[in-house]
Design a protein around this ligand. Structure first.
Ligand code: PEP
Ligand code: CO
Length: 456
């Protein structure tokens, strides 16, 4: 069936695609479930459970991403590298939402643009791994692939992929979504009172006066809107929030991929914005096959190893109609490689007239290990990759339309540097990530302020 989409393009579901057509392809990064009967039972149940998001929210997000690509909005995507089931708690969810909302208010005010807010949460439970197996003291077990699949302890019972976790992941995602929606509907108080923000860290920054002025002026703007009431206030109270996760475990994604009344095609209703990484971006393989058929906007992570040709072919497969808002390219090149690779990627995309939203992930190209083997990232490198990306896009007649960050609302010590200048010794103090190191509350707020400073 063919219909006109919002962008006046004819688009339709590919005739040779179905939510299960990925199963005929090679699927990288999939758990190997020993009990296929239990897997089928779990997937059957999953396919009957209510979805987590709706098709109209998904189409709304696609529209907003199209506007971001045109320079009318800025995307802020952030959250944990991996959620885990144990952190599905009230403080954890509220703190993460708080830092994302506060960052977005800094960005709204500083960039004078609406912000598209997407959490890396409510389903970010599966991780790609560099090896399928892990060996310790002569014992070999499956690698930990995230709570959606197995548990991190190094025992056979913990590491054998358990299909019951697919159902648990769905319900924890639903609990997270439910709480996020309730907090936002209730007008999350912190948004309206910058004077209550935790800004002790500011005094450690050489930019203290500038930061304080920024927060004061956000407070003034909020109070001004409150005093005049009406529409602007209403729109501040009712912020939109979208969810995203890496679409990795394809049985899970398929079970939540549905048709809905009065719309053509299929939507992945487990999240608004699924993304794939380079490890699962092979053209002929399962993840690309699955993603090409769903109507959600999708993200693709871009590493330095991608050739221009590879990228262009990927764009053709994932967005054959060149639909606006459909594809976000999330480049994660590293502070020392972005200047080498980003210009060629921008030029290739431009030369072929491809419509994409460019978003910078300054985290994953800047991961390093300390002498004592702790995985970390330097705030200065994160800042540098982001700032270089703004400049490179501008110099090539393109636009950086978003930032993709790994962060938490807690005061962890996982990334080095920032206003308090965290050192390697600090990493011992509050390092909680089981996967990648995240910006803490203070570092995340500082980065938002630096983005604004850069763009003014
Ligand atoms: C991630 O976003 O956590 C991730 C694994 O990223 P990438 O695929 O870009 O390495
Ligand atoms: Co990560």
């Amino acid at each position: 069936m063919q219909r006109q989409d919002r962008h006046l393009q004819l688009v339709s579901e590919p005739a040779d695609w179905s939510p299960a057509s990925w199963q005929a392809r090679v699927a990288a990064q999939q758990p190997s479930y020993p009990d296929q009967g239990a897997l089928r039972a779990a997937l059957g149940r999953l396919a009957e459970l209510p979805p987590l998001v709706t098709s109209w929210e998904i189409l709304q997000l696609k529209q907003e991403l199209a506007e971001a690509a045109e320079g009318k909005r800025f995307l802020l995507q952030g959250g944990d590298c991996a959620e885990n089931f144990a952190d599905c708690t009230s403080p954890h969810i509220a703190n993460r939402l708080k830092v994302l909302l506060q960052m977005s208010l800094v960005l709204v005010h500083g960039l004078k643009q609406p912000i598209v807010r997407i959490g890396r949460f409510a389903g970010q439970y599966a991780k790609p791994r560099s090896a399928d197996l892990e060996t310790k003291d002569g014992v070999t077990l499956p690698s930990y692939r995230g709570d959606l699949v197995n548990a991190p302890e190094f025992t056979p019972a913990a590491r054998i992929p358990d299909p019951a976790r697919l159902l648990e992941g769905h319900s924890r995602s639903a609990l997270t979504m439910n709480f996020v929606r309730a907090l936002i509907d209730g007008g999350f108080a912190d948004l309206h009172h910058p004077e209550y923000w935790d800004l002790d860290w500011v005094q450690h920054s050489p930019l203290e006066a500038e930061y304080r002025e920024m927060v004061r002026s956000i407070g003034d703007a909020v109070r001004f809107m409150e005093s005049i009431g009406g529409a602007p206030m209403g729109s501040l109270r009712r912020v939109d929030f979208f969810t995203s996760h890496e679409a990795l475990v394809l049985h899970y994604e398929e079970a939540l991929t549905r048709k809905v009344p009065r719309q053509w095609g299929h939507f992945n209703l487990s999240t608004h914005f699924p993304w794939i990484g380079m490890r699962t971006a092979a053209l002929e393989e399962a993840h690309v096959e699955y993603c090409r058929g769903i109507r959600n906007p999708i993200g693709v992570k871009i590493s330095p190893g991608v050739s221009n040709d590879q990228l262009l072919r990927l764009i053709d497969v994932l967005n054959p109609d060149n639909e606006a808002g459909r594809l976000t390219l999330i480049h994660r090149l590293g502070a020392n490689k972005v200047a080498e690779h980003l210009p060629r990627l921008i030029e290739a995309v431009k030369a072929h007239g491809k419509r994409v939203l460019w978003c910078c992930d300054p985290m994953h190209g800047n991961t390093e290990s300390t002498q004592s083997g702790i995985k970390t990232r330097r705030f200065a490198n994160i800042r540098s990759e982001l700032e270089q990306s703004f400049d490179i896009h501008a110099a090539h007649g393109s636009r950086l339309g978003g930032a993709h960050l790994e962060l938490t609302g807690e005061n962890v010590t996982e990334c080095l540097g920032g206003a308090r200048d965290l050192t390697e010794d600090d990493l011992q103090r509050a390092y909680r990530s089981t996967v990648d190191p995240r910006l803490n509350y203070e570092q995340a707020m500082e980065l938002a302020m630096l983005i604004v400073r850069k763009r003014q």
